[in-house]
Design a protein around this ligand. Structure first.
Ligand SMILES: Cc1cc2nc3c(=O)[nH]c(=O)nc-3n(C[C@H](O)[C@H](O)[C@H](O)COP(=O)(O)O)c2cc1C
Length: 175
């Protein structure tokens, strides 16, 4: 497999970035993501992929709902807050405006384009990210918008790198 060709195709797509938030009990979590997509039309579904290294992934496994906040050009500071720091180390919600939702996930006040997703399916194919498919139970927008994209934030260094996840046995065996 030509990894360079794969990476060139993905970079050309220049995906919009978003912040996913979730909560379980008193624990809140959220991180920046580039891996997400609509995944069904009837019924509507949206899929997101979370790194097994992330605090947000661990909290999402205990949560019933996720909120997906789509970012615009004025939101680079939020992308930096949620993409370069980990909830393992800091409380990101102490540094931004948010309000609780009825079903758990904190809603970021500034982000007016968002989906509230009920977690339906968790799919782990053994790779470093896990797919969570959600049913939209609420959608909010102020109209069409220009999303903040991966190319706008490609200088950010992720708070957790994917190799910080616990290694699966197949990879431990090759060490
Ligand atoms: C541009 C960019 C894109 C990212 N895309 C994803 C993604 O699709 N899924 C994911 O789980 N993490 C992604 N991350 C990494 C997390 O946002 C980052 O590791 C974050 O600090 C994790 O926070 P947490 O430990 O509080 O969950 C991305 C980071 C950056 C900078």
């Amino acid at each position: 497999m030509d990894r360079d060709a794969f990476d060139t195709i993905m970079a050309s797509l220049d995906a919009p970035v978003a912040i996913v938030t979730t909560a379980a009990g008193d624990e809140r979590a959220g991180c920046l993501i580039g891996f997400h997509s609509q995944a069904s039309i009837h019924p509507r579904r949206h899929a997101i992929w979370l790194s097994k290294a992330n605090h947000t992934y661990r909290v999402s496994l205990m949560a019933t709902h996720l909120a997906l906040h789509f970012l615009t050009n004025g939101d680079r500071d939020l992308a930096e807050l949620f993409g370069t720091h980990s909830g393992d180390d800091i409380d990101k919600f102490a540094s931004c405006g948010w309000q609780p939702s009825d079903v758990g996930p904190p809603l970021l006040t500034r982000c007016e384009h968002r989906l509230l997703l009920k977690r339906m399916t968790v799919l782990d194919d053994g790779s470093d990210h896990v797919c969570l498919v959600g049913e939209p139970v609420a959608s909010t927008t102020a109209g069409s918008f220009d999303p903040l994209r991966l190319s706008d934030v490609d200088d950010l260094v992720a708070g957790h790198t994917v190799d910080e996840r616990p290694l699966p046995p197949t990879e431990r065996a090759t060490d």
